[in-house]
Design a protein around this ligand. Structure first.
Ligand code: UDP
Ligand code: MG
Length: 319
């Protein structure tokens, strides 16, 4: 699939930023240095302001004094994955690097990643973390469990311990930008596209400045997007529970019939009945909420609203 847009640069670097004012200067300095080392002047650095409430946008505009910087301001906070998509929709490079604003993933790896992409003629070189410094044990463990569970439950092979830090060819970036789905889990989307994708092992650093923009609620939301969007594991779980309950029902029905005919017992049933009702209603509610989650997502996607709205764009001054 060839892009309809121009492809006049060697490289585009896309960075979603949400309240990242503290680290922006360092980010631009390091990204531009690594890009120059890797491809000379034929690159652009696209900073996407995801509706920040601090001075991120003003700083970005200031940084467009650097001729290779492009700043895009979204009309509000849409979330990391949508901000990333907005950046991908604007790229002009032949290869695209996506990286977080907090410098946890070192931009200096760019040259090696480009090299790996050329050597293996891969379409995607995805960063795979061998270690992650400066993160709480809670985050490390939940993410460990999450990736292992996801690996077991999906048909699409989503590599474990990967973030969004990856280099991809332009055709992959274009396909992702064109995918209309609202609940976006970009690692999964990239994996589902296919083509040749190779891993690139690296050590993840601690945040350069500021604090995480992924509180537990947002992490849960991302995990839900991954599970609901990429696996049928929840429905399978329901089916298995239903089958299990069916066996219990048949047993209880048989016993009830037997007791009615031969034992004429009434006392003593109350506790078992209550227990039974509670267990069954619990699973009914679980089933309903899972279905509700899907219906909600279907409802929002039928509205067909634009994924994001760009408020303004500032380009490097020397263009
Ligand atoms: N981010 C964003 N919109 C949001 C939340 C986060 O664009 O609503 C950006 C954030 O600025 C950063 C990246 O997404 O560049 C990853 O966020 P963060 O580093 O806080 O996540 P963590 O590494 O802690 O999982
Ligand atoms: Mg981070």
């Amino acid at each position: 699939m060839e892009s309809s847009r121009v492809c006049d640069l060697e490289l585009s670097v896309v960075v979603p930023c949400y309240n990242e004012v503290l680290g922006l200067h360092e980010l631009v300095r390091r990204c531009c240095d690594s890009a120059v080392t890797a491809v000379g002047d034929s690159y652009e650095l696209i900073l996407v302001d995801d509706g920040s409430s601090d001075r991120t946008w003003e700083t970005m505009v200031y940084l467009t004094a650097h001729q290779n910087v492009v700043a895009i301001k979204l009309s509000r906070n849409y979330g990391h994955e949508v901000a990333l998509t907005a950046g991908l929709a604007a790229v002009r490079g032949r290869a695209v690097l996506i990286i977080d604003a907090d410098l946890q993933d070192p931009p200096e790896l760019l040259a090696q990643m480009l090299q790996r992409m050329k050597e293996t003629s891969a379409d995607v070189v995805y960063g795979q973390r061998t270690s992650r410094a400066g993160e709480t044990w809670f985050k490390k463990w939940t993410s460990r469990i999450f990736y292992r569970l996801l690996e077991r439950s999906t048909d699409v092979l989503i590599p474990v311990d990967t973030g969004d830090f990856r280099l991809m060819s332009r055709r992959i970036a274009d396909i992702i930008a064109q995918m209309p789905e609202r609940d976006r889990f970009i690692r999964g989307m990239v994996a589902s596209i296919g083509f040749k994708q190779v891993a690139f092992a690296y050590d993840r650093h601690a945040r350069y400045a500021g604090s995480t923009k992924y509180p537990v609620a947002k992490l849960i939301r991302l995990a839900a997007d991954a599970f609901l969007g990429y696996s049928m594991v929840l429905q399978r779980f329901l089916s298995i529970v239903t089958l299990g309950l069916l066996v219990v029902f048949v047993g209880v029905a048989a016993y009830t019939l037997y007791a009615w005919i031969y034992l004429a017992v009434v006392p003593g049933w109350w506790a078992s009945l209550m227990l039974f009702i509670i267990v069954v209603s619990f699973f009914q509610l679980v089933a309903l909420s899972i279905i509700g989650e899907y219906v909600g997502r279907i409802y929002f996607s039928t509205k067909n609203r634009p994924l994001f709205i760009v408020e303004s764009i500032a380009r490097g001054r020397n263009e």
